[in-house]
Design a protein. Structure first.
Length: 496
């Protein structure tokens, strides 16, 4: 049974667990989906569940909290969690992880500050011109296809766990996951501190039995203090409460997708660093000798591996004659995600892979070894485009008064008949000969008018909208920065 999962203020993994709970599905089988959608977004995605009637899943719509709200993110607080299911239909194929061709984004940018407007100038025209230039630049030149910061976890340390696992240091990996983190709830901070101090009065080099006893007691004592979403920490503590000091067993008790996440974060860390070097040394518009280019990339339907893995992919190292023939463009250039089955680029980019690994105390052979240690998280590697060009780029410039009013009509708002009342000042549709929707709910514009932008684009799988927005706005997209912005007035007045 295929269906669409609509969600607000909740990530895909947690939403899937809630659907299983509310619909009383088999937890071991769960629901299938093609990719992860962030908590910080209003998202829809196709899912599937095996041999189920839609009536059982419809119970989710009744039980879900805030079932009467139209959603839309129109709140100055953290917002409500909303889960809705619909568009049911039977299919012979399940939705598989990685089996997607891309993602469509429609993103609201609020309280846009364009700086001082020259005397006598029409502010609407100035806003339109500046935003058009930014949108066209992103469409024409694209952006460096970096992995977003969410790849490295809330505390930006998941790649450090990956390094420890690559070195076979399971105790070190557990310590990184369990160590004290900034800005957590006091109860969780205290639990982490107790864990850090569990051997405080013990010489573990001389009294292993006492160390085991202390760790077992501490693990059992802090189990209830860990938060709902601390799945890795809970798995580790539960394992060590039964088999203290067995850190390999504790790490392997973490769910497979989470264990893989740590290693993928290290691959991403290497890729981001090498891609920056490649752009700095070779530019962002031309192919260079030693670059790798993707010469074959079969879709899943044609025998490829979909969005991840090496199946159906082939690369070639660029030679001098390829440059003479102008055979490839910068959009053909790829860099590898380090693994046991990939080819590394030539020149300084290839050398940098070795240098970064050496600095972290590992080597390329370790990527083959990790599959022997834990077959479920073997790293064959992959290839990723250096430059990403968004498709179907569109924009609308909005004028509005209420700092938290919706500027974009969500699917749930459409179903409930809730309209957007902000005024559309200009739209890329006008340039294409289409008629944009003109919402005239706002009063005549004056000094308290707020300007916003709804920008839409499509990205291939595993490319990050946050990176595209960073290129568009020239501002950080991290939660630490975004949380300090104001919805009206000088948006950056809290930024030091």
């Amino acid at each position: 049974l295929r269906f669409v999962l609509y969600k607000e203020n909740i990530d895909t993994t947690t939403a899937a667990k809630d659907v299983v709970r509310m619909a009383r599905l088999n937890p071991k089988r769960g629901i299938d989906y093609a990719g992860m959608k962030d908590k910080r977004g209003i998202t829809t995605q196709f899912c599937s569940v095996y041999r189920m009637e839609k009536e059982q899943l419809l119970a989710v719509n009744k039980e879900s909290a805030n079932s009467n709200t139209a959603g839309g993110g129109n709140t100055s607080g953290r917002g409500s969690t909303i889960i809705k299911l619909g568009n049911f239909g039977y299919s012979s194929d399940e939705v598989r992880l990685g089996a997607l061709t891309g993602n469509r984004f429609d993103i609201v940018l609020r309280n846009i500050d364009i700086g001082e407007v020259p005397d006598g100038s029409d502010k609407k025209q100035v806003v339109q011109q500046k935003l058009e230039i930014a949108g066209k630049a992103m469409k024409e030149y694209g952006f460096i296809n970096y992995f977003g910061m969410q790849r490295f976890g809330k505390f930006h340390d998941t790649h450090e766990v990956g390094i420890a696992i690559m070195k076979g240091d399971f105790e070190g990996a557990v310590n990184i996951i369990m160590r004290q983190k900034p800005d957590e709830f006091p109860r969780i901070s205290e639990a982490r501190k107790k864990w850090a101090d569990r051997f405080e009065s013990i010489d573990i080099s001389k009294d292993e039995n006492a160390a085991r006893e202390a760790e077992m007691k501490c693990a059992r004592a802090i189990q209830r203090d860990l938060g709902r979403f601390m799945n890795c920490e809970k798995s580790i503590v539960n394992s060590l409460s039964r088999k203290p000091r067995d850190y390999k067993r504790a790490f392997c008790s973490i769910a497979k997708n989470m264990r893989s996440m740590f290693l993928h974060a290290y691959q991403s860390y290497l890729w981001n660093n090498v891609s920056s070097h490649r752009i700095e040394s070779g530019g962002s518009t031309e192919v260079r000798v030693g670059d790798l280019v993707l010469v074959e990339n079969k879709s899943a339907e044609k025998g490829g591996g979909g969005t991840s893995g090496l199946k159906g992919k082939a690369v070639k190292m660029v030679e001098e004659e390829d440059l003479t023939d102008s055979k490839y463009s910068i959009t053909d250039v790829v860099l590898p995600l380090a693994g046991s089955k990939i080819r590394y680029p030539g020149g300084s980019a290839g050398d940098l892979f070795d240098e970064l690994m050496k600095k972290d105390g590992i080597c390329k052979a370790d990527f083959a070894r990790i599959g022997n240690v834990d077959r479920e998280i073997a790293l064959g590697g992959d290839y990723r485009k250096l430059i990403c060009k968004p498709g179907d780029v569109s924009f609308e410039v909005k004028a509005y008064k209420d700092p938290v009013q919706p500027l974009l009509q969500t699917d749930l708002m459409k179903v409930k008949g809730v309209e957007v009342t902000a005024t559309t000042l200009c739209s890329s549709k006008e340039k294409e000969g289409q008629s944009p929707t003109k919402n005239e709910g706002d009063q005549e514009r004056n000094d308290d008018t707020i300007f916003g932008m709804v920008v839409g684009f499509s990205l291939p799988p595993s490319s990050y909208a946050t990176i595209a927005l960073r290129e568009l706005t020239r501002r950080p997209t991290s939660s630490e920065y975004q949380s300090k912005l104001e919805l009206s007035g000088n948006c950056e007045r809290n930024i030091v």
